[in-house]
Design a protein around this ligand. Structure first.
Ligand code: FES
Length: 143
């Protein structure tokens, strides 16, 4: 049995795709995002140094689509921390880009695994997600 309780946030119509609302529930700051009509709720705290993660840009990311071709994808699904640029998938909470595990060498375009981070066994922490429903047109977050 879960201890989660429903908390009404706002009418779904007042939170259109691409928008967010940062709310306070039981002393916790939570960002509620509309990503292409689906709602997601994310703890407003970055696992790195506790920045207000949900105030960061909602953007996309790049991926290689061939030997020398990079393309933009997942536009509007990637939340970038405003302090140091760590990126998270707002639909799953998983890390998309952890700048501490990667370093770019100066004067080269290679991106290499950061051996110190790997040696320290640093993981890519996920952010905390909360369940969201839309009930009678009202966005409801469970905390
Ligand atoms: S506090 Fe978020 S990346 Fe550093």
């Amino acid at each position: 049995m879960t201890d989660e309780r429903p908390h009404p946030v706002c009418p779904a119509a007042s939170l259109p795709p691409g928008e967010r609302r940062i709310i306070e529930i039981e002393g916790r700051s939570i960002g509620v995002f509309n990503v292409d009509g689906e709602f997601y709720a994310v703890a407003n705290v970055c696992p790195h140094q506790r920045a207000p993660l949900c105030t960061g840009d909602l953007t996309g990311t790049t991926r290689a689509s061939g030997v020398d071709n990079i393309e933009w994808h997942r536009d509007g699904e990637v939340l970038a921390c405003p302090w140091h640029g760590w990126e998270f998938d707002v639909t799953t909470g998983e890390t998309v880009f952890n700048p501490h595990r990667w370093s770019a060498t100066t004067y080269q375009t290679d991106v290499l695994a950061n051996p110190e981070a790997v040696e320290r066994g640093e993981e890519d922490p996920a952010i905390q997600m909360h369940r969201v429903d839309v009930d009678d047109g009202i966005v409801v977050v469970y905390v």
